[in-house]
Design a protein around this ligand. Structure first.
Ligand SMILES: NC(=O)c1ccc[n+]([C@@H]2O[C@H](COP(=O)([O-])OP(=O)(O)OC[C@H]3O[C@@H](n4cnc5c(N)ncnc54)[C@H](O)[C@@H]3O)[C@@H](O)[C@H]2O)c1
Ligand SMILES: *[C@@H]1O[C@H](CO)[C@@H](O)[C@H](O)[C@H]1NC(C)=O
Ligand SMILES: *[C@@H]1O[C@H](CO)[C@@H](O)[C@H](O)[C@H]1NC(C)=O
Length: 376
């Protein structure tokens, strides 16, 4: 290269760096609406959003997160504000409330929605299927109608590995069939919602949709000030184990000891909540990129399967306490082993889970020990 050429190419590189920096600053000034942001995954994701300078508006109807009284922010979000030193705008709004949503979209100029709000108990969904369809499917459809009216076309949706049903092969790739042999209305509500989201992109090319299929989120923010705080008896393994460790429950029931796995207990892909939260940030980056069109789906898991007994042992190591447990019969609808192929997210989102089961258990224990009764 001649000196002039060198100078030109140097200038171009510098201009590109400046453009890139300006673009990412502008990106972080974006306003994100987080539905269900007072809950477990939502609150941890809001931490990551605020740490990257996004403006955050949360709606949550407080059905599964604690607020001292309904006119106040949920306790989880107050702690998020303390942790990050930044503020969150909060509304006690239900995703099914069209008028309230309309008002919110008029007040705030929203760039994208991260949609967590849903009912999520498998067993409750068997007893109250209509509530699940009403809240998870009709509620989402309502949100989409309002978004469209206000020309907000970017949405990241909390889906679940349950949409794969009984695995035909492992690890589960995004190409594994979905919607077949689903054993409960919760799983179907996630599947139907995914289909709605895919359909809308087919009729209107403005929509940008990312479906994130979570495996089993566990753990807590390393500070121990936010974590999972189920209102009822926990449906999931980790909060149950940690409530046994802290003395709130006498023993853990392990459903099934005769699965075709290494120790007979079920195998799952547990993912640290902070890794999962960061996955949403990478998805946002992707959805805002110029090239993005239509819909995309990504598994968010570690790609490793651990058994229930592995987790019990890891929790005993982390807490220094013994976990009493008892084997009981299999739960109808439970699957023996589920774990992800997470390589697509690695390739396309530049995302990979970093934390292993010891950190998951240490952080769960840290949260539980500091907050034996959750946020109350
Ligand atoms: N936790 C998991 O194991 C898991 C796994 C896969 C997918 N998901 C999905 O991730 C999302 C978040 O899960 P989570 O574990 O944080 O649950 P969560 O219950 O802690 O959070 C959901 C929040 O949504 C709120 N909410 C419920 N219905 C609402 C409504 N109609 N209007 C407004 N707010 C409402 C609740 O009050 C709660 O704070 C859900 O969509 C869930 O289906 C969770
Ligand atoms: C966020 O903003 C602060 C100033 O308010 C700045 O110091 C920090 O570098 C920003 N962080 C990111 C990730 O942009
Ligand atoms: C919030 O939504 C859930 C899910 O539909 C519903 O069961 C609950 O009654 C609502 N809670 C409030 C306080 O409106």
């Amino acid at each position: 290269m001649t000196p002039t050429e060198k100078c030109i190419s140097g200038t171009i590189i510098i201009l590109l760096i400046i453009a890139d920096t300006l673009y990412s600053i502008a990106d972080n000034r974006k306003t994100i609406l987080v539905t269900g942001g007072g809950g477990y995954i939502g609150s941890h994701t809001v931490v990551e959003l605020l740490n990257r300078n996004y403006s955050v508006v949360v709606i949550d109807n407080l059905s599964n997160c604690y607020a001292r009284n309904p006119s106040e922010k949920p306790e989880s979000l107050k702690r998020v504000e303390d942790l990050t030193g930044r503020g969150v705008v909060f509304y006690d709004v239900d995703i099914r409330n069209t008028a309230a949503l309309e008002k919110l979209f008029q007040i705030h100029s929203i760039d994208a929605v991260i949609h967590f709000a849903a009912l999520k108990s498998v067993s409750e969904s068997v007893e109250k299927p209509a509530d699940y369809y009403e809240n998870n499917v009709a509620g989402t459809n309502n949100l989409l109608q309002v978004m469209k009216k206000h020309k907000v076309y970017c949405i990241i949706y909390s889906s679940s590995a349950t949409v794969y049903g009984e695995p035909e092969f492992l690890p589960l790739t995004e190409r594994h069939p979905t919607g077949q042999k689903l054993t409960n209305p919760y799983g179907r509500s996630k599947y139907f919602t995914e289909e709605i989201l895919k359909d809308i992109t087919a009729t209107n090319s403005e929509w940008r949709v990312i479906l994130l299929r979570y495996f089993n989120p566990v753990g807590a923010h390393p500070s121990g000030s936010i974590g999972e705080d189920p209102f009822d008896i926990p449906n999931n393994l980790m909060p149950y184990i940690s409530q046994v460790a802290v003395g709130r429950r006498s023993k853990l029931n392990i459903f099934g000891s005769d699965y075709p796995t290494k120790d007979g207990t079920g195998v799952r892909d547990f993912i640290h909540i902070s890794d999962l939260a960061v996955g949403h940030l990478r998805a946002l980056k992707k959805i805002f990129s110029n090239k993005f069109k239509g819909w995309k789906v990504y598994n968010l898991g570690t790609g490793k399967g651990y058994s229930v007994l592995d987790m019990v042992k890891a929790f005993e190591r982390a807490s220094g306490r013994r976990i009493n447990y008892e084997f009981t019969k299999r739960r109808p609808g439970d699957i023996s082993a589920v774990y992800a192929d997470a390589s697509l997210a690695k390739r396309e989102l530049n995302w990979k889970a970093e934390k292993g089961i010891d950190e998951m258990c240490e952080d769960t224990w840290n949260w539980q020990r500091r907050n034996p009764n959750g946020y109350r």
